[in-house]
Design a protein around this ligand. Sequence first.
Ligand code: AQP
Length: 327
Amino acid sequence: MKRVFSGVQPTGNIHIGNYLGALKQFVELQDENECIYCIVDLHSITVPQDPKELRKHILDVAALYMAVGVDPKKSIIFVQSDVSGHAELSWILTCNSYTGELSRMTQFKDKSKGRESAPTGLFTYPILMAADILLYDTDIVPVGNDQKQHIELCRDIAIRINNTVKKDTFVVPDGRFLKAGARIMALDDPMSKMSKSAENVHSRISLLDEDNKIKKSIMRATTDSDGEIKFDFENKPGVSNLLNIYSAFSGKSIEDIVAAFSGCGYGDFKKELVGIVQEALTPIKKNFDEIRQSQELLDTLRSGAERAGAIAEKTMKRVKGNFGLGF
Ligand code: AQP
């Protein structure tokens, strides 16, 4: 049985990019693997958060994990800051990484917006992510492909420490990326990825959006003026992004969708897409409403933290021993 680990930041409500890139994989993997899914709250404070809002978002994200089908009987679900090993291991990895490799991370470049001085947490974020993964002797990390570079860095650090400190200190993980949904772009700007924290709410569809909001966001999504429904990301990024979303939710291939809409206008295609997305999100919203106020949610997070904590403690003992730390 392989060990799987992944997480989502509680920086806002999960959108269809997070769902299609990561969460769908969480559910697929849980039958055949030992899965650990985390709400990575320590990552979210790399940018300022309102404490009350943050607490709400942590519970929302946990409830959404369960609402999309992550089953606490099969998978461990817990909050990152409930297990102190994440921050502790992060320091050990920090001491074994280089500013040069961190400076090359495109997410840091995007989020720091070229400022000369940016928050240190934004810079060291990939190291905390590496700690999250390595703490659980993870084999597989299901993520969207915006995280490819961070997974590579995690592997580099693990291999470096295995070579310089002690062989087998860490399991070297592999990323798992889906073809459809690996990178969903913003609806208002298909050159940027869909993001929880983007200012324009119509740039994304959140899993909890009402039907009306879903309709508005899709109908006003940026396309182009040539009117042909065709997949060509370079020249038609808006339509290609909508085709990707259609394919990921319907399970149909892009070729079949393009053939089905041959001769139709963007309006007809968008209307169909609205229906498909609304239908997919309706049961998730219903499940969420039941789970969010339940005692089961709190019990799941409590027992999840205990189970994750026990695994993390074992890893930290081994890692610290290999480094000559602690007694
Ligand atoms: N647009 C996307 N398409 C496909 N997958 C995506 N993911 C994020 N955006 C897309 C995947 O979702 C998982 C959780 O992401 P995260 O919350 O940890 O951080 P993020 O990548 O920074 O996501 P956001 O939505 O853009 O959040 P903010 O606005 O807070 O920065 C990851 O597996 C990610 O690959």
